[in-house]
Design a protein around this ligand. Sequence first.
Ligand code: ATP
Length: 773
Amino acid sequence: MAPTEAPPPLEGKKRRIAILTSGGDAPGMNGAVRAVVRQSIASGCESYVVYEGYEGLVQGGDMIKEMQWDDVRGYLSEGGTLIGTARCLSFRERPGRLQAAKNMVLKGIDALVICGGDGSLTGADTLRAEWPGLMDELVQKNELSADQVKPFRHLNIVGLVGSIDNDMSSTDATIGCYTSLHRICEAVDAIEATAYSHQRAFVIKVMGRHCGWLALMASVATGADFCLIPEMPPKEDWKTEICDIVSKHRKMGKRKTIVIVAEGAHDCHLEPISVSAVDKLLKEKLGLDSKVTELGHVQRGGSACAYDRMLSTLQGVEAVQAVLDATPDIPSPVIAIVENKIVRKPLLEAVKLTQDVTKAIEAKKFEEAVEGRDAEFREYMNAFNITTSLEQPDLILPTEKRMRIGIMHVGAPAGGMNPATRAAVAYCLARGHTPIGLYNGFTGLCRHHDDKPLGSVRELKWLEADSWASLGGSDIGTNRHLPSEDYEATAACFEKYKLDALFFVGGFEAFHAVSQLRVARKDYPAFKIPMTVIPATVSNNVPGTEYSLGSDTALNQLINFSDTCRQSSSSSRRCVFVIETQGGHCSYMATIGGLAVGAVAVYTAEEGIDIKTLAHDIDSLRKTFAEDRGQARAGKTILVNEKASEIYTAERIAKIINAEAKDRFEAKSAIPGHFLQGTAPSPMDRVRAVRFGVRSLQHLESFAGKSKDDIAADPMSTAVIGIIGAKVQFTPMEKVETEDTDWKKRRPINEFWMALKPIVDTLSGRPPMESAG
Ligand code: ATP
């Protein structure tokens, strides 16, 4: 066969980058495609998509298509994958990969981004390993000429992990896993209502293939009674283990039982444990009215949650950067996330580590299997076990180590406050501490200090706290009052109720309160007790962390609100919605929300708004609408932080745009306000609440038995827990207060997410200010 024509020249473009989605579809894959396409174009490359995964690569021709900027419009909010995916048998064999390689050379593709699960990335790695041999074979077989393959001697491959299973080692989260967790939690929440009503048990099967991440996280997030995962099967006598825990909970007065079973669950001899076996057990041994629910493909997710939109966007951008940085001696990377940090890891190693976990399970080396999952896995497993087991003899501390721990919420309500408190109460009970609820903040503590049954200071019981796993807001009550309003009474109450430690959950006010108590220790020895703050606020403005509980719930509320506005503006074709976001002087929500909804402009409190910027953006809108030929998905959104400008409010910006648009297009303003606090907390806020709750209790516990002066001398005795880069850590208040707090603006000095704002602008096509003319 004669060689086909040479690939078209690149004409000054740096690379031809193609992206494909492969394996099972996952929410967020579209966000990844959008980000790779637009970032490629913005970086001076040509952008291609391959339809139907590796199948499109093997078939070639029209299945590999060049993309333009507008082709990925509206992709962020769509579920599944719009470019299709397939399980391609022929790509598993060398002849299929040879055909794929030929098609890539014919299209001039010199870099391939693959978004898929471990199978897809294994395939990608095989392609890269074989690539030089494939090129030689194509020349030998006269399929391509030596000149044709010459520019393609080196193939760049970058992996993006797209899978709902979260089964890839090296990354904390795969694109799609949190959306799937959203769907599972929504379903379990709905089932819980009926379970409670009829005092039923439900055995719920969730997806995940060989990985128990979805089952484990769903159990943590919903406060399930028992969870079966492949990595850590129950002990030899699993039936007794389940019955013991379930009957213990029932005896405590619990009306419902939820057992979550991972798709790959088995016993310690690798014999599968089916939902029907668990159902039978609950019926026959415990006499419960038990039902089975298999969630099935609803778990594939639909429209991506805020985190998956953000993750896929940031990882897509990083993938293009990795292509541009690639040299023949750099191993192919996979783009990962560790806590809050996007990182590159060697693809081959990540695939091997993932396969090692499967092998460890097959060899019954379960500890090794848990270790091989991401860093959080073991911590969540331990947190789940301790919060569900309650009063286990081997966990109880000796009397002298037990503490009376005050639990208080301070600041505005935020998703995650209740689940964090539930975890704290469960942990206290498992260890023998006494959890004391300090209802209605410092005012509740000082003004109504009685310990009668309904008083504002009272021991928290598990049955009451157990219902808080999925509850939004704050059940023990929260407000913005600070201890400085009455130090004397606060100190007297700490002493009166014999508090040995304090567990705070809340926003900037909670942080401020602990700061005040720390400083006032010199005058009030009662404050010389250990205290921790779990940041919880929709604004995400607490110094000492990059993430606060409640901020993920708020982002999800914002994207739902914005998607609704966008659909309306899209239908009327020529409309832009100007949406105001909360956050005080911290524009986290506007900026990350902008990333997640693809806002055409984001106005922040940090940068402010001036007339020049507005004129520039209106100009850009004018051009965009003039070029628009009435296509679908044309809706546009501008996000404005509530403190971005006293003059240019969302409403006024919309009016100015309308005045300038001269009827060619229109603007409408919308203020979601307290809607952003949401109802049920998002799964991420719930699971992190549990993790932070348990860690904080462990931290407080480490001070048991120490003298007041020793405690006061230890900077870690007042600390804020948070995620900083790739770590979850406690930072002493003293350090955060002085080094990272803008007290006037009530926000951290270092706002990591400000560095992400240029990405919002690039991907929405907002022209830089200099080119405004
Ligand atoms: P998910 O986690 O959603 O199942 P996955 O990527 O693991 O996604 P697979 O079905 O394992 O899904 O793989 C998707 C496709 O990747 C396969 O249909 C095949 O074309 C290719 N592939 C998988 N494994 C290999 C391999 N070892 N060699 C070559 N190609 C492979």
